[in-house]
Design a protein around this ligand. Structure first.
Ligand SMILES: Cc1ncc(COP(=O)(O)O)c(C=O)c1O
Length: 330
């Protein structure tokens, strides 16, 4: 049965290239062919994975009479930056609920949030975690009282609506695999709020993509992400009643969070530097650096034995490099 997509707004520069990583394959491949899907090239300021989800979320907002987008994340959230810029592009107001004390200096994504004209409210982490739902409700009510309608977008744009972004990306990957002679592959992505992994896992099943999808969690643990991917898939199924029923098996490569979300080890920084020099591809310390490290370590452990091709989903995050410049000892 053909899949009926909801409306989307064309915001991302897609299809993104699938490129071979020849020198990285020699360095870390252990006999596998490594590839990178360049979703860091979905735009300049809209770079990364979030814009694929926002194509569907922003269309949902327009189609349902919302004039304001409220969303949340860390101070350096890529998702918040992308939402701020999409809102500016479409003439929607954007209000960001950010976790952390208001910084003295603007840098990275936080700077771009401001340039895009988003309204920003910062909350200390304890209050943020304890009261997030109340904070969303407070600001939705605030806008309602002023005659506006505000859409609450969850962390990372990860829900049943955002899932369409990577369901659609699996159609692109099918064409990439055909063009590059990839019969089947392991597909590795960073997982922060689970939506990219949920979309890819659903999309692989729906589009018969010959790929096993793995999320490398950059926070929380395996149990959390298995449940989160199931929850996003369930939300997708419930929102779109004509969507086909699919059974999914979320797969998580746990063990690469290190000291915590946003804290990268010297090994991660060294790997980012080495890949930059080997392939001209820059990862970030919060998401893709940890995920790539996880992939190389799992290769060394034999996790992917028996399958020649491994595709790394480069989900972007370049603006997260600059606020952590000291980690590179440059
Ligand atoms: C650069 C980057 N990569 C990966 C992720 C993880 O994606 P998801 O939140 O869909 O799990 C995020 C956001 O959380 C991100 O900003």
């Amino acid at each position: 049965m053909p899949l009926t997509y909801p409306r989307r707004i064309d915001l991302a520069c897609t299809p993104t290239p699938l490129q071979p990583l020849n020198r990285a394959s020699q360095r870390w491949g252990g006999g596998h062919r490594l590839w990178v899907k360049r979703d860091d090239l979905t735009g300049s300021t809209l770079s990364g994975n979030k814009v694929r989800k926002l194509e569907f979320i922003a269309a949902h907002a327009q189609d349902n009479g919302y004039d304001t987008l409220i969303t949340c994340g860390g101070l350096q959230s890529n998702h918040c930056r992308a939402t701020a810029l999409v809102g500016a592009q479409l003439g929607l107001k954007v209000h960001l609920i950010l976790r952390g004390e208001e910084p003295e200096h603007s840098d990275g994504n936080y700077l771009l949030d401001q340039l895009a004209g988003a309204t920003i409210s910062c909350y200390p982490p304890r209050q943020y975690f304890r009261e997030l739902q109340d904070v969303f409700a407070h600001w939705q009510d605030h806008y309602a009282q002023r005659g506006s309608k505000a859409l609450a977008i969850p962390t990372g744009g990860s829900d049943g609506i955002g899932a369409w972004g990577y369901i659609a990306a699996c159609e692109e990957l099918n064409a990439d695999f055909d063009a590059s002679g990839i019969p089947r592959a392991h597909l590795v992505t960073a997982s922060g709020s689970g939506g990219t992994q949920a979309g890819l896992t659903l999309g692989a099943a729906l589009h018969s993509l010959p790929a096993t999808v793995w999320g490398v969690n950059v926070c929380d643990d395996e149990r959390y992400f298995i449940d989160k991917v199931h929850a996003d898939a369930m939300d997708w199924q419930q929102r779109y009643s004509d969507a086909p029923a699919v059974d999914i098996v979320p797969r998580v490569l746990d063990g690469y969070v290190g000291e915590g979300y946003g804290i990268a080890s010297p090994e991660v920084f060294a790997l980012i530097r080495e890949l930059s020099q080997l392939e001209g591809i820059v990862l970030d310390p919060v998401y893709t650096g940890k995920a790539f490290l996880g992939m190389t370590q799992e290769i060394a452990r034999g996790r992917f034995d028996g399958c020649e091709d491994i595709v790394f989903m480069h989900t972007g995050g370049i603006f997260g490099v600059f606020p952590q410049a000291e980690g590179f000892n440059c």
